[in-house]
Write a protein that binds this ligand. Structure first.
Ligand code: SF4
Length: 435
């Protein structure tokens, strides 16, 4: 974040905040750029601002309540500022949000990109939420530091997982063409980004939505001169094809970190969730990836306490997570979402029991990540450095998505350097810069 002192005090100020997934983060990046292009200065959320833009999530009840807390915080720090609430929660509960103190604009997922026009309209408490589901804000986005960019190639989802509200909040699947994706990626590379992260709600739906193959898209992106690192965000296990793995393996630009939602390690629960794979399918995908990328970090979402989940079924999830080389656990308690099939199911799990299952899986996940990290000590890896932290160390991510810090006088911002991983202290990974 730039220093506020160095800014033109006549400029308008905007503070942005994002809840939820990487896709939301990438979309906020695009919108932030739009504000900058219109002469706004971006300030930290919580500082006084003329406009406060909150891009929301509605994946769980706690996401909804975090959003309401952010609105209250924004109103306290900028009582005169215009508060814009946009995105998935705004799409689902516009009137409730519009009724909150200080809220000026409520924008759905398509309308959020037109925030600048709505701000010019000057009328108060406007709600703009429709279901046109255009593809917006597609490609060029900016991450919080000028190193990794998120490239959105797909939005919406045609699956109907029984717990999920996202298809209601983001509409049916749609995608951009390979040609457009490459052109946007080229712009990102020309503007200095070294790493591109491919994002979407369900990027495995790319072929259904665009008529082109996901692995062809990835191959075209990997061929871009000047692009140095490439990551995939979440890919559903049933859409992780052999062709895709072959394309990924063929390029040294591909980072060996993959996010493959698991949700449950029990076939009956997977079927009740209407997931499109079995435990055996999931295991096969992971096994293939580990052959291609033996040092990979693997992230997996897991939902604990789905309606009717018995202790044994939870243990199946726990044991599968133990057996497989999953390193980054993303554990969520099942959360009832209105109008979903799962919400109407019987045998909802008591919240105390859910909490205890979640806690045990998170604790186990932390221990497994520590073991994986310890295992990396002595290895040499390339790190894309982002920024100097408050303690004076430079930080960045390894290819398999471990945050590492090094001591150096050099300015390593947006540099890729070889690092020998040397030690873990207070849970943090340290390395030494190699020349
Ligand atoms: S794949 Fe399932 S969980 Fe993921 S967005 Fe689509 S409906 Fe939701």
């Amino acid at each position: 974040m730039e220093n506020f002192e160095s800014k033109n005090l006549n400029n308008k100020r905007v503070a942005l905040n994002t809840l939820g997934c990487r896709l939301n983060l990438s979309e906020t990046g695009s919108i932030a750029q739009g504000f900058k292009d219109r002469g706004y200065d971006i300030v930290e959320f919580g500082e006084p601002a003329d406009v406060i833009f909150i891009n929301t999530c509605t994946v769980t009840d706690s996401a909804d309540s975090s959003c309401r807390n952010l609105i209250r915080k924004a109103h306290n720090s900028s009582p005169e500022g215009k508060i814009v609430v946009a995105g998935c929660y705004a799409q689902m509960e516009p009137e409730k949000i519009a009724g909150m103190q200080g809220v000026d604009l409520v924008l759905g997922n398509s309308e959020k990109y037109k925030v600048f026009e709505y701000l010019d309209e000057e009328s108060e408490n406007q709600v703009h939420v429709d279901k046109s589901w255009e593809f917006f804000g597609a490609a060029t986005t900016e991450a919080d530091t000028h190193t990794r960019a998120f490239l959105k190639i797909q939005d919406g989802c045609n699956y109907v997982c029984s717990f999920c509200i996202i298809p209601f909040a983001r509409g049916r699947s749609r995608a951009i063409s390979i040609k457009d994706a490459v052109s946007e990626a080229q712009k990102l590379v020309s503007s200095g980004f070294k790493e591109i992260v491919l994002t979407g709600v369900n990027i495995g739906e790319y072929e259904q939505s665009s008529g082109e193959k996901l692995h062809d898209l990835v191959a075209s992106l990997l061929a871009i001169d000047g692009l140095e690192r490439f990551r995939l965000s979440s890919v559903e296990p049933n859409t992780f094809t052999d062709e895709l793995i072959a394309v990924l393996k063929s390029s040294p630009k591909v980072m060996d970190h993959f996010h493959i939602p698991l949700q449950s390690g029990d076939d009956e629960i997977l079927s009740a969730m209407r997931r499109r794979y079995t435990v055996a399918d999931y295991k096969k995908v992971i096994a293939k990836l580990m052959v291609a990328f033996p040092n990979a970090g693997i992230g997996a979402d897991m939902i604990v306490g789905f309606p009717g989940e018995t202790k044994e079924q939870f243990e199946n999830t726990f044991n599968l997570a133990k057996e497989l080389p999953i390193t980054h656990f993303h554990v969520f308690p099942y959360s009832k979402r209105k109008n979903t099939t799962a919400a109407k199911m019987e045998n909802h799990i008591h919240s105390a029991e859910k909490k205890s299952r979640v806690k045990s899986l998170i604790m186990f996940g932390d221990a497994k990540l520590n073991l994986f990290t310890e295992d990396q000590i002595g290895k040499i890896t390339k790190v894309l450095f982002e920024r100097r932290n408050k303690l004076g160390f430079f930080e960045g991510y390894t290819s398999n998505y471990l945050r590492v810090q090094v001591q150096t006088e050099l300015d390593l911002s947006n540099q890729i350097s070889n690092v020998c991983l040397t030690r873990i202290e207070s849970g943090k990974l340290f390395g030494e810069l190699l020349q």
